[in-house]
Write a protein that binds this ligand. Sequence first.
Ligand SMILES: NC(=O)C1=CN([C@@H]2O[C@H](COP(=O)(O)OP(=O)(O)OC[C@H]3O[C@@H](n4cnc5c(N)ncnc54)[C@H](OP(=O)(O)O)[C@@H]3O)[C@@H](O)[C@H]2O)C=CC1
Ligand SMILES: O=C(O)C1=N[C@H](C(=O)O)C[C@H](O)C1
Length: 235
Amino acid sequence: MGSEAVRAVGEAADTELVAAINREDDLSGLVSAGAQVAVDLTHPDAVLDNVRFCVEHGIHVVVGTSGLGAAELEQIRSWLAERPEVGVLVAPNFAIGAVLSMRFAELAAKFFESVEIVELHHPKKADAPSGTAARTAQVIAQARAEAGLGEVPDATTKELDGARGADVDGVRVHSVRMTGLVASQEVLFGTEGETLTIRHDSFDRRSFMPGVLLSVREVGDRPGLTVGLDALLGI
Ligand SMILES: NC(=O)C1=CN([C@@H]2O[C@H](COP(=O)(O)OP(=O)(O)OC[C@H]3O[C@@H](n4cnc5c(N)ncnc54)[C@H](OP(=O)(O)O)[C@@H]3O)[C@@H](O)[C@H]2O)C=CC1
Ligand SMILES: O=C(O)C1=N[C@H](C(=O)O)C[C@H](O)C1
């Protein structure tokens, strides 16, 4: 992803690549290069330190790295409180179709008694469930709560550990890791006599680049913390 982002930012007519930072590089290279925006595509263990450095140095940040939970977002908010002019955009997924599919799932949520998420990724992925699946589960849970829906029906009383997936805000999420895949997700809804499946597939990491560029262009105009690309897409 980092290599693809470097290529995309370098090739776009209205953005300039001033630095490409690897694990062994000092982050001060961003400052000396005069970076206005940094894009973090690293690892859940590294991302927070990177964001903190950028915020403290007045550099806007686009975070593509997944695995940030509520506590991490709160931490970023607290750093931003000291630098209110800085923007941090956390994007669970940069692919336009994936952003739309999350929104579609949010819209559908209140009409269906049952919902489960299956996310499918390449086996080099560090975090499970995926950031996209966690975010999708959260927006679905929020929509269900607002509509007054109760718990998803499930009579399971005897199970092998993990058989029913992870519980994210009351929504079951199942993670598949498989060679040959890039990133896919299915949100399955069910009610009496019908089901609805919302599926998105990224077949190539280039699918994420329009969203990366959009985020780079806009993050500076959005001080504070923004989660997701919805507002940038006007949805
Ligand atoms: N928001 C979105 O749309 C998308 C988000 N992602 C997320 O982006 C992140 C990167 O994905 P991907 O490119 O596939 O992963 P890779 O493992 O291919 O690349 C991660 C890079 O981060 C570096 N890195 C790992 N750990 C550290 C560390 N502790 N400090 C500094 N650098 C580190 C790695 O260096 P080294 O090689 O030396 O380990 C590598 O260069 C993941 O969190 C993934 O989930 C991915 C696709 C889309
Ligand atoms: O690691 C990946 O590949 C991806 N990570 C993000 C996530 O965790 O949702 C976005 C996309 O699914 C690809």
